[in-house]
Design a protein around this ligand. Sequence first.
Ligand code: PHE
Length: 339
Amino acid sequence: MRQQLEEIKKNAEAVLKAANSLEDLDAARVKYLGKKGELTAVLKQMGGLSAEERPVIGQVANEVREFIQNELDERVNELKSSLQEAKLLTETIDVTLPGEECEVGHRHPLSIVLDEVKEIFQGMGFDIISGPEVELDYYNFEALNIPKDHPARDTQDTFYITENILLRTQTSPCQIRAMEERKPPLRVISPGRVYRSDAVDATHSPLFHQIEGLVVDEGITMSDLKGTLDTLAKKLYGPETKTRFRPHHFPFTEPSCEVDVSCFKCGGKGCSMCKGEGWVEILGAGMVHPKVLKNGGIDPDKYSGFAFGLGLERLTMFRFGLDDMRMLYENDVRFLEQF
Ligand code: PHE
């Protein structure tokens, strides 16, 4: 029996030395130390031994078990650390390799210019408000002195939801809403989307953006309007920029004007950007019509005001020298990346 045990020890030692995976080692553990293992099988025969032999063989058996167990533990540890080392070797990071560029998104050109305009007006004490894009006929037309049969409706055809609900054609309805909600002195701008049933071309889109402005207080005059818009033009296009006010007509302002700025590209000499004119039109404006003040619940004998409507697409196109408005909506990254 002692010989059997020595044999097991010798075999086990050899097997453990040869094992080179954790699976091999586990198989060896089962083979020698397991319940149905070789050592257990030998120990089961101990009953047949004499009383003198039993403790002696028992001791040898224990030594063999301990030996195998220690040997096994050692090999497991060895293998684990060499596996770990191999893993670390394959996973090393070369810190001298060039990094992966992390692309940061940026604002759309329309947002860049809108943010600039907002900042300029905030600097002059204006609040920024907004109004609904789905609007009542009353606010979009009626209250702005454009009754049902008024020819001004022809140039502002839009998308009707019902006979009295439509997609707003201009941000001017915000004038009435602002007057209803606030008391003078009133100084607001209201940027947002507007809609017209226009076909798409280089300068038209059925959806575009306007920025409405409204100031109402005692003693507001046309010179306040001119000063405000001249400040805007100089801040937006540079201090040399000149403004020109041409008489015009809007049903909700009296008198009304259109405002041009000297072409920032040629400085007024005439070029392709301004079509040889030296000037580009950027907005419509005027003194708020007394009827409109009344519709907004404001006494026209006590208060006066001015209003203006800027086209954000035009401002943006002039600002960046774009000749086709469609580029602003196509979301071609090669175009947008340039801003
Ligand atoms: N709402 C006008 C338009 O869309 C612009 C405008 C606004 C004119 C305010 C005067 C005053 O053409």
